[in-house]
Design a protein around this ligand. Structure first.
Ligand SMILES: C[C@@H](Nc1nc2c(c3cc(-c4cn[nH]c4)ccc13)C(=O)N=C/C2=C\CC1CC1)C(C)(C)C
Length: 328
């Protein structure tokens, strides 16, 4: 953990807008830094405890010189903006409570997702029972709807940055790769391939997600749309049920090849409804993916798919998540 430098002048901090009371300016002195819980490209996430209230947080620490040298200021700013835009959403995302800085570092104080990465839970049991996969797919879809309705495309969704809180509810993390669409681009439709504005579709992008989950349009045409997150959604449903992502190979290049050739198959016994939904999400043409044409701020065509039969969409977050247990 970073040595807590004695603050020379009160480091500037900006309390998150959601705080209902004024707090004194925070600094690294207000926290006891614990174990390292995650390592991103340009940041490290530590478990930390607020010495005044004893509450645990995840604090993302970014070295300023590293960000400047790697020209990543835009990524950091975009992540803070996305987290602030989502801090008013009650469920589905890690919360940003406040930020502060000192001479060398930027600090983001965030909610601590006590049960860690979804990937760890999939690997612990091999693969999820259908009811567990359905539940987390439903929570993930609700989070995608909220994110997309605010014009935020995550672009790197994967089981490593989908976390589980202390009550085992889902929280999406790591918005450093997110794209925030300009206000005039945000339509009510959460995702609409053919109606996407020219800039949303054709904007040159400088970033490609994690090989196993990256969408073909991001690879082939350098295009990112909300539907790119729907592709990753399909990969994650496949992986929760089978234990592995659909596109995997010895190298990144071979993985990309498989994606562009749609070279994947379903293991024996993969449930038919789940297979049908995954096949409707893993479509090369992003405008033809299920949900891409949905209007309003919900993916009704996905919600109404038989895979989600029995999900009460208004009470998913109130439910006690089903126990993740190894296959008998
Ligand atoms: C995805 C991220 N990993 C993680 N990011 C966050 C965690 C987190 C917690 C555990 C964990 C908890 N218990 N055991 C493990 C493992 C990985 C975590 C958390 O609690 N709260 C906020 C986080 C992130 C906030 C987001 C703005 C960056 C990477 C790999 C990028 C470091």
């Amino acid at each position: 953990p970073p040595a807590s430098p004695a603050p020379t002048s009160a480091p500037n901090s900006s309390p998150a807008p959601s705080q209902s009371f004024r707090t004194a300016k925070r600094s690294s002195q207000d926290y006891i830094f614990g174990k390292l819980i995650g390592d991103g490209c340009y940041s490290t996430v530590f478990l930390a405890k607020d010495i005044h209230i004893g509450k645990e947080y995840a604090i993302k620490v970014c070295e300023k010189h590293h960000i400047i040298r790697k020209k990543k200021r835009e990524y950091i700013k975009r992540e803070k903006d996305a987290l602030n835009m989502l801090s008013s959403v009650p469920h589905g995302f890690v919360k940003l409570f406040c930020t502060f800085q000192d001479e060398e570092r930027l600090y983001f104080v965030l909610s601590y997702a006590k049960n860690g990465e979804l990937l760890k839970h999939i690997n612990n049991v091999g693969s999820f029972e259908l009811n567990v996969a359905k539940f987390y797919a439903a929570e993930l879809l609700l989070a995608l709807e909220k994110m997309h309705a605010k014009g935020i495309i995550h672009r790197d969704l994967k089981p490593e940055n989908i976390l589980l809180d202390e009550n085992m509810h889902l929280q999406i993390a790591d918005f450093g790769t997110a794209k925030i669409m300009d206000p005039e681009e945000i339509r009510c439709a959460p995702s609409s391939g053919e109606n996407d504005t020219q800039n949303e579709r054709s904007r040159k992008i400088s970033f490609v997600g994690t090989p196993q989950y990256v969408s073909p349009e991001l690879l082939h045409d350098c295009v990112d749309t909300r539907a790119s997150d729907l592709w990753a959604f399909g990969c994650i449903i496949y992986q929760m049920i089978s234990g592995l992502p659909p596109f995997r190979a010895a190298t990144e290049f071979l993985t990309f090849q498989k994606i562009l050739k749609m070279d994947y198959e379903f293991p024996e016994g993969f449930p038919a409804d789940a297979k049908d939904l995954v096949e409707k999400l893993l479509v090369l043409d992003h405008s033809k993916r299920i949900g891409a044409d949905d209007k309003g701020t919900t993916y009704d065509s996905i919600r109404n798919h038989p895979f989600f039969l029995g999900i009460d969409w208004d009470h998913v977050w109130d439910q006690t998540p089903p126990t993740i247990c190894p296959y008998l």
